[in-house]
Write a new protein. Structure first.
Length: 467
């Protein structure tokens, strides 16, 4: 398998990302626009979410800060009904809600207002929620009530996951000793009936019809006992092999061709888990030359993805973690990208030698969480889906490796326990900050990803080499 040849076009095309300036004046607008529905009774969840309990005032980065929450008509009526009965409630309602903001779509009747510090005006001095404390959970908007939980309707039931923008969910998910496996919940996991997204059950939708099986193959790729980059390469190889006939709007799995195409899909899924393929891909990835222009091109793209986010309102924590990784940088100039690449690649190599297993375990959990929370049916193809994942993965890996706490630890003498602990602590913080600033900012995320070029096998291999 010649990865050099297959990745060649991406090497030639690799370049920095031009400025991305989507129109959005809201601080970290969340994508959690609630879509209340009657959820089926069967709920599945992960061990991390089963163990989750809100830290409330002990949270190091409360969800009531640094992003705006859209309010639909039902939520607005709920808030009004609960708060207008007393003068204090009416005064709080005026400070809490901005009526008539249409920036988030026609479903939005209002949004929760943020004060000058980026916090919800209902936060008490101890960082607890004033609405919840005085009026109870039933007065909250659906987004406030549900978060950090997410709910995906699939053919097997409602999958209750969580946002890594929550520090406690990030800690429980990323540091779990086992990968995020779905299992039947032993208790109701949602405070109210809710579905954020539903996988199509239309028999005519072949792309969604095989959702559970295909998603499982992607998850299995990131559970292989291989370096993280090789796991991504295995998944990319599978996506490339099925791309011609398995994509959104495909007609290859319909009519008389259906049994043949489905047989091929099963065969390609099985072939993806063959050990000899893994060995071949791992050897090819190790042997693949990473020309300096390609390395700096990838670095420029990922750095631009992060640096451009600062042009929009953002939290001090995001500003700090980006400034620590790219001190003094305003935009990713070519000469800076070369310096950043030299620092990143040398430190990453040292990290892999000293705490590679701990690092790969944390970021493999991150990748699997992404696959569970972001259904591939949102993307036009599996390659596009993996390109989104790989861009996220490269960004958080970059921020972690360039983090000063990790630099200080690696500069000290080798200590397996201290190395692993530092990697885990830094990774959790970086992922949580990144998720809150970027993954929950859908307009920016779409604009930024559109600038990174088409999703191809070659680009994914470059990103696999990068991580």
């Amino acid at each position: 398998m010649d990865l050099t040849r297959r990745a060649g076009a991406a090497v030639a095309a690799s370049a920095g990302m031009p400025p991305v300036l989507p129109h959005n004046g809201v601080l970290g607008a969340t994508s959690l626009t609630p879509v209340p529905r009657r959820a089926p009774a069967r709920q599945l969840t992960t061990a991390a979410m089963a163990a989750f309990s809100c830290l409330a005032e002990r949270c190091p980065d409360t969800c009531c800060r640094d992003w705006a929450v859209p309010v639909d008509r039902r939520d607005l009526d709920r808030l009004k009904g609960a708060m207008v009965s007393t003068p204090q409630g009416r005064e709080r309602l005026v400070r809490l809600v901005v009526i008539g903001n249409r920036a988030h779509g026609s479903e939005t009747a209002a949004r929760l207002h943020l004060d000058e510090s980026g916090g919800c005006p209902m936060l008490e001095a101890d960082q607890s929620c004033g609405v919840h404390a005085t009026l109870g959970e039933e007065a909250l908007t659906t987004a406030c009530s549900i978060f950090p939980r997410t709910a995906l309707g699939t053919p097997s039931g409602v999958e209750v996951g969580g946002s890594l923008g929550c520090p406690e969910v990030a800690r429980l998910t990323l540091l779990a000793p086992e990968p995020p496996l779905l299992a039947p919940a032993d208790r109701p996991m949602l405070p109210r009936p809710y579905l954020g997204k539903v996988i199509s059950t239309d028999e005519e939708d072949a792309y969604a019809r095989h959702f559970l099986d295909v998603r499982q193959t992607l998850l299995d790729c990131f559970r292989l006992p291989l370096p993280l980059g090789t796991r991504l390469a295995v998944a990319a190889d599978f996506a490339a092999r099925v791309g011609a006939f398995f994509h959104a709007g495909t007609s290859e799995l319909e009519g008389a061709r259906r049994p043949f195409a489905e047989r091929r899909l099963r065969a390609e899924r099985a072939a993806t888990m063959v050990a000899s393929l893994h060995d071949e891909l791992e050897g090819d990835l190790k042997a693949l030359a990473f020309p300096p222009d390609a390395a700096t091109g990838v670095m420029s793209t990922i750095a631009g993805f992060l640096l451009e986010r600062r042009r929009l309102p953002h939290s001090p924590r995001f500003a700090a973690v980006v400034a620590q990784a790219f001190p003094g940088a305003v935009e990713p100039a070519a000469d800076q990208a070369a310096v950043w690449w030299a620092s990143y690649s040398s430190r990453r190599a040292l990290l892999q030698g000293r705490a590679g297993q701990a690092s790969d375990a944390v970021f493999a959990n991150y990748a699997q969480h992404f696959i569970l929370r972001n259904p591939y049916t949102d993307a036009p193809s599996l390659l596009d889906h993996l390109h989104r994942l790989a861009t996220h993965l490269a960004a958080v890996r970059l921020l972690a490796v360039l983090h000063p706490q990790l630099a200080d630890r690696l500069a000290a003498g080798a200590d397996a326990a201290a190395d692993a602990t530092t990697v885990e602590r830094v990774a959790v913080d970086v992922v949580q900050i990144f998720t809150k600033a970027i993954a929950h900012h859908p307009e920016y995320l779409k604009a930024a990803l559109d600038q990174t070029g088409p999703a191809t096998f070659g680009r994914l291999i470059l990103l696999a080499k990068f991580v």
